[in-house]
Design a protein around this ligand. Structure first.
Ligand SMILES: CC(C)(COP(=O)(O)OP(=O)(O)OC[C@H]1O[C@@H](n2cnc3c(N)ncnc32)[C@H](O)[C@@H]1OP(=O)(O)O)[C@@H](O)C(=O)NCCC(=O)NCCS
Length: 199
């Protein structure tokens, strides 16, 4: 093994050596083959990808009674969640699950609808996004929480394979608590998926 070039980096002495032509690094007395060196997984904060999608509801969005269609709300929630997942991953994503979409209050034509979306949990390639939907009477400013949902997205490579995304950093105890709940939901989804595949 032939020592080649000592480098000083972040106060550690790194020596570049060659073994049968393969570059090797010696860091703080530990020698590792270059092919074994793995980059640390990037990390991002929840706030880095948080997003709100807003739209005015018109007659085309509603039934004859003026209630906005559930499908319109679901499409908006999916789009808002996808933006969050794509922002986090920096990659295209697909939706793999829509959970617990609840319709608590009606939304009427003329309302402003806001889909507030943020990550709750990140696995290897999967990301759970919580979407809270509020409607606003623009004239009075009164806001109502109308829907909530959890959607799961998977980041894809160019060839359509699932790929690892940055890990999630938690800045508050509430964010950590939401992640623990989300991890349990994702474990349940995986279990259900496995049961479906084997039924
Ligand atoms: C996304 C897709 C490529 C994943 O393929 P796959 O063979 O299941 O890939 P993997 O087994 O590697 O799973 C990838 C991740 O998705 C997660 N996943 C897959 N199906 C899931 C489901 N129903 N619910 C929750 N998570 C799911 C896995 O748990 C895994 O998560 P992890 O990487 O964080 O551990 C494939 O399921 C697909 O193409 N689905 C259709 C997506 C679509 O058309 N959506 C509608 C339009 S956007």
């Amino acid at each position: 093994m032939r020592p080649c070039r000592p480098l000083r980096h972040n106060c550690a002495i790194i020596t570049l050596m060659f073994w049968n032509g393969t570059p090797m690094f010696s860091v703080a007395g530990t020698t590792v083959n270059q092919t074994q060196v793995t980059m640390p997984r990037p990390q991002k904060h929840i706030a880095d990808s948080r997003f709100t999608l807003s739209a005015m509801m018109g007659p085309q969005d509603a039934n004859h009674y003026g209630n906005v269609h559930g499908g319109v709300i679901m499409k908006m929630a999916d789009e808002a969640g996808a933006v969050v997942a794509m922002r986090h991953a920096g990659l295209p994503v697909v939706t793999v699950a829509v959970d617990s979409m609840t319709f608590m209050k009606p939304i009427f034509v003329g309302s402003l609808v806001m889909c507030e979306s943020e990550l709750t949990y990140v696995g290897r390639s999967s990301m759970e996004v919580r979407v809270l939907v509020r409607s606003e009477n623009i004239l009075t400013g009164e806001q109502t929480l109308t829907n909530s949902a959890y959607l799961v997205y998977v980041a894809l490579s160019d060839d359509g394979q699932s790929v690892e995304v940055p890990a999630l950093l938690f800045d508050t105890p509430a964010e950590s608590a939401h992640a623990a709940e989300a991890e349990a939901r994702q474990a349940y989804r995986k279990q259900q998926r496995s049961l479906q595949e084997h039924s």
